[in-house]
Write a protein that binds this ligand. Structure first.
Ligand SMILES: Nc1ncnc2c1ncn2[C@@H]1O[C@H](COP(=O)(O)OP(=O)(O)O)[C@@H](O)[C@H]1O
Ligand SMILES: [Mg+2]
Length: 309
């Protein structure tokens, strides 16, 4: 797998606010990557940094292995942001022509009619953008992002402000674009349901920090599993992990910086067995708890917390 967008330890302060804190994630070629988070989490800031519209205070970013400041990199990226930058007094075709010239698109008339068809706007091609509904504007922005046939599409909340039917249309278009046109897509969204419908990989950002990152199906599986969580204060060594893996009866299935996760529920090990085993291995135990979270539960907790900040 090749990395399409690489973001490593990116931090950014805006005014007095630390808006991004060591954000690290990779978007792989062929992903429809969902950048999920509540309003104010830092999605747009990250996207602006990827696009080179804003400079990070620290960290590394590249797109397709290239520096974003190079014109040759920018040619390979299409993006749609809010505000959409469409000219209200120009027709859809004229808006696209304008961008086709900037990007020096060969055979632009044919490409423009193709992208309009992709987004279902062929029959409205000669109407002014100012007469478009929000959903149509979002689709025209998408067409514009595609006009120079980029490899990577970066879309900031592509369905925001669109009614439910319009959202469904846009999602379908995005899936088609990714599949048929073989584009890598990074989209941001505050809507978990949307991300689950169309994305294969996700990152969840909350108050500038990545809280979760990976294949959607792995995350769902992991989150869906209720577990016993043992928090430790000693270092987790590789040999300890190996030993734990061999103790099938304990139901060990994952670990993070200072937590061990064990299966819970019917047929699972007794908590006392787990603790005794870990203690026998010289592990210092801080806390033992249970986790019942699903992805939905976790996200709704984050949304509630975000509202109160
Ligand atoms: N120019 C700015 N100056 C100060 N704070 C800003 C500025 N732009 C955005 N912020 C703050 O940065 C945080 C993240 O914003 P943003 O990246 O737009 O979040 P999202 O796109 O996830 O809603 C918010 O708390 C927002 O208020
Ligand atoms: Mg935003």
């Amino acid at each position: 797998m090749n990395t399409a967008i690489h973001i490593q330890n990116v931090s950014k302060k805006l005014g007095k606010r630390q808006v991004l804190k060591n954000v690290t994630l990779d978007v792989q070629t062929g992903d429809i990557f969902g950048y999920l988070g509540p309003n104010g989490a830092g999605k747009t800031t990250t996207i602006r940094i990827i696009l080179g519209l804003l400079e990070a205070d620290s960290g590394n970013i590249n797109v397709l292995g290239q520096d974003i400041r190079l014109a040759s990199t920018r040619m390979k990226i299409g993006f749609a942001l809010d505000p959409d930058g469409l000219y209200n007094t120009m027709t859809a075709v004229e808006n696209l022509q304008y961008y086709a010239e900037i990007y020096d698109v060969p055979d632009s008339a044919a490409r423009i009619s193709k992208v309009l068809e992709m987004v279902g706007l062929s029959d409205r091609a000669d109407d002014r953008a100012g007469t478009y509904s929000k959903g149509m504007r979002q689709r025209l922005s998408l067409a514009r992002a595609m006009v120079h046939n980029p490899e990577v599409l970066i879309l900031d909340e592509p369905t925001a402000g669109v009614d439910p039917t319009g959202q469904i249309e846009i999602r379908k278009i995005l899936l088609d674009i990714a599949r048929v046109e073989k584009k890598t897509v990074l989209l941001s969204s505050h809507n978990l349901d949307e991300v689950q419908r169309i994305c294969n990989r996700i990152a969840l950002i909350d108050r500038g920090e990545i809280k979760m990152y990976g294949e959607l199906k792995d995350l769902r599986q992991k989150m869906g599993r209720s577990s016993i969580v043992v928090e430790v204060s000693s270092d987790i060594s590789e040999s300890l992990i190996d030993n734990l893996k061999q103790q099938n009866r304990l139901g060990f299935f994952d670990y993070s910086s200072n937590n061990f996760f064990f299966e819970s529920g019917e047929g699972a090990a007794e908590v006392s067995d787990i603790i005794n085993y870990l203690a026998g291995q010289g592990v210092k135990i801080e806390k033992v708890g249970r986790r019942e979270a699903s992805l939905e539960e976790m996200y709704s907790t984050i949304l509630k917390e975000a509202e109160t900040v």
